[in-house]
Ligand binder design. Structure first.
Ligand SMILES: [Fe+2]
Ligand SMILES: [Fe+2]
Length: 191
């Protein structure tokens, strides 16, 4: 029997994009679940937003998962790390209250948005189905970001620090779960 053809660099990049996005959505689900639990005590007025956002993230996870088999991609082996990181981030910010929840949403969604932008410019003319899915999802992520920015109060020094910590934690999670793949991926996306 003939061995399957080696994946082309284009296929490998698409598989990597899907793996990291799928892991990211898995982490986002854990963030919002933990925040929903904590916000019952600390910020009940946010429960509607958090529940809607969680339902979007669950849908995103399914949409990325559905694109994976045809592109030779499998879920990240370190999904547990996404789950753990997301739960810790969600619980910590959830317990801190409304402002911390919104700053966390802003920092995570802003980081996601930038990654999706890079992916979209790489995929243009290469994979229409994947581009369309990412574009749809990006619109919803932008809705989460806009709500957080519009609803939070002025950040202050502590808020700016929290934003920085969450953004670094998100980038670190992406890097760890892809074992440095995210750096290679970023390089490929620019090529
Ligand atoms: Fe999402
Ligand atoms: Fe989101």
């Amino acid at each position: 029997m003939m061995p399957p053809p080696a994946p082309s660099p284009n296929d490998r990049t698409r598989a990597r994009i899907l793996r990291v996005n799928h892991g990211g959505e898995y982490g986002a689900i854990r963030i919002y679940r933990a925040q929903i639990a904590a916000a019952r005590l600390t910020a009940p007025a946010l429960s509607g937003f958090l529940a809607d956002t969680l339902s979007h993230e669950i849908e995103h996870l399914g949409r990325f998962r559905a694109l994976m088999p045809a592109r030779g991609s499998r879920p990240c082996r370190m999904l547990w790390l996404w789950g753990l990181g997301g739960s810790v981030l969600g619980a910590a910010t959830g317990l801190l209250g409304r402002q911390a929840i919104l700053i966390c949403t802003e920092a995570v969604e802003r980081t996601v948005h930038r990654h999706l932008d890079d992916q979209l410019s790489y995929l243009a003319g290469r994979d229409e189905e994947m581009s369309k899915t990412i574009l749809d999802i990006q619109q919803q992520e932008l809705g989460h970001l806009d709500f957080a920015v519009a609803s939070r109060g002025p950040k202050g020094v502590l808020g700016v620090a929290l934003d920085g910590v969450v953004a670094i934690a998100t980038e670190t999670l992406i890097w760890l779960s892809t074992q440095g793949d995210s750096v290679r991926l970023a390089r490929e996306l620019k090529s």
